[in-house]
Design a protein around this ligand. Structure first.
Ligand SMILES: Cc1cc2nc3c(=O)[nH]c(=O)nc-3n(C[C@H](O)[C@H](O)[C@H](O)COP(=O)(O)OP(=O)(O)OC[C@H]3O[C@@H](n4cnc5c(N)ncnc54)[C@H](O)[C@@H]3O)c2cc1C
Length: 398
């Protein structure tokens, strides 16, 4: 087994990591104090710089201006970008746009690609993905209720969505709606492209997360479709194939998320070590880093992160070589395993910072608040555990 990383990829990751640490991390105090709004002009300039450096959109296909990296290489890049909350956006591969680009690339018609994929891939517009509904269990998407009916040559959408990440400021919503209520359960939903300017499409509000109302790309919107009419040609992929498309979108997306979480863990561990080494806790000069308890946390965090990292890279490799279906259980296992490692490592780092950890004077509270959701979105932990266990039990003929 060869664990070496390709020299070219290693060099690329090094460049990206240096850019994140030198150019983006210094913006964090302003991000934490003022939110993303006032930073947007500077961020636009940084995005242009990233393009000029030839580092834009590492995972997008080359024909759309990206670097066309495979899953393993993009996983390593995603880890470097995860070191700062701005990383993925500045490099043009933030959620949910990255997943939406992938969907449009795989399933979009030529007209849809020209209208939406090209400007999205260039980072000129943002998009969102509306599937979850407040009144229905998102963990079981078969319970979706928002509908679209075909009237003549138009789809008419009605229903509500929430937790639509980045809806604030998005030009396009990919809506997952029921189009065929009488079909077998997994063939009832389709994806439809809804321009945000369509009459009947409304962003009602940004849902606050643990006391913080997000904005722009860091927001989660509640949206309503009220007799919202779009052309029949806005159907994305085949009718009734919404669930299949959603799975195709989520598989690689989970690799990106997990590696991003490991970037966050790495950053949190560095902050933990720096704080523990400098925080004096006795007049004789003992620091927190002298404590056996803190040392155990450091070692445990490093071991958990290494285990998680190897699991994710192996899963990415399996998807590349055996396909997403064969790697289903691997994907489920990394999703709940890494999310829990993230929670533990960020929590330890926050604890070591004491009262300071609870403030927005370090990035840890941001991570604690924003990333707790890792155990909920893209399938809650319990759902992934149940599906792994179901297959393992089934494999024993039970
Ligand atoms: C920060 C954030 C961003 C998000 N972004 C998006 C987005 O961009 N687009 C979008 O469409 N959605 C998005 N979501 C929604 C997310 O996908 C859902 O919250 C998720 O699918 C869970 O659905 P739910 O909230 O309805 O929880 P429920 O389905 O009500 O489940 C609640 C809890 O019950 C448990 N549970 C559920 N089912 C089972 C079971 N079978 N057995 C045992 N326990 C179970 C789990 O612990 C789960 O957390 C986002 C959510 C968050 C928090």
């Amino acid at each position: 087994m060869d664990f070496r990383i390709d020299a070219e990829v290693e060099q690329l990751v090094g460049r990206i990591r240096a850019f994140v640490d030198e150019r983006l991390v210094p913006l964090e105090p302003r991000l934490l104090e003022q939110g993303i709004g006032p930073l947007l002009p500077e961020i636009r300039a940084l995005r242009s710089e990233v393009r000029k450096l030839g580092l834009w959109a590492p995972n997008f296909p080359r024909e759309y201006g990206g670097l066309g990296l495979d899953l393993v290489a993009h996983g390593l890049v995603s880890e470097a970008l995860g070191r700062c909350p701005l990383g993925h956006y500045v490099f043009g591969c933030n959620a949910p746009d990255a997943g939406n680009v992938e969907l449009l690339h795989l399933y979009g018609s030529e007209a849809q690609k020209a209208t939406w994929l090209a400007p999205l891939a260039r980072g000129e517009i943002r998009s969102c993905f509306g599937m979850t509904e407040r009144e229905n269990s998102g963990a079981n998407p078969l319970m979706l209720e928002a509908r679209a009916e075909l009237e003549g040559d138009q789809w008419v959408l009605n229903g509500r969505k929430w937790f639509t990440t980045g809806a604030d400021g998005a030009s396009l919503c990919i809506a997952m709606v029921i189009t065929d209520p009488e079909a077998p359960p997994h063939q009832r939903a389709s994806m439809i492209l809804v321009p945000a300017s369509t009459p009947g499409y409304r962003l009602e509000r940004n849902t606050p997360i643990m006391g913080h109302a997000g904005q722009d790309l860091f927001s989660h919107g509640e949206i309503a479709f009220e007799d919202c009419r779009v052309p029949a040609g806005n159907l994305l992929g085949p009718r009734g194939e919404g669930f299949r498309l959603a799975q195709a979108r989520l598989g690689p997306g989970r690799i990106h998320h997990c590696m991003r979480w490991l970037g966050i863990c790495q950053r949190a561990l560095e902050l933990l070590i720096d704080r523990a080494s400098s925080r004096q806790v006795s007049p004789e000069g003992r620091t927190l880093a002298h404590s056996d308890i803190i040392r155990a946390w450091i070692a445990e965090s490093a071991a958990e992160m290494q285990a998680a990292r190897l699991m994710v890279l192996h899963t990415a490799w399996r998807i590349e070589h055996a396909g997403a279906r064969a790697a289903r259980d691997d994907v489920s296992m990394i999703k709940f395993f890494v999310a829990k490692v993230l929670e533990r490592v960020v929590d330890r780092a926050l604890q070591v910072h004491g009262g300071l950890g609870m403030t927005d004077y370090t990035v840890l509270a941001w991570y604690y608040r924003e990333e707790r959701a890792a155990r909920i979105y893209d399938g809650p932990d319990e759902v992934h555990k149940l599906s792994v266990a179901r297959r393992l039990i089934g494999a024993r003929g039970r």
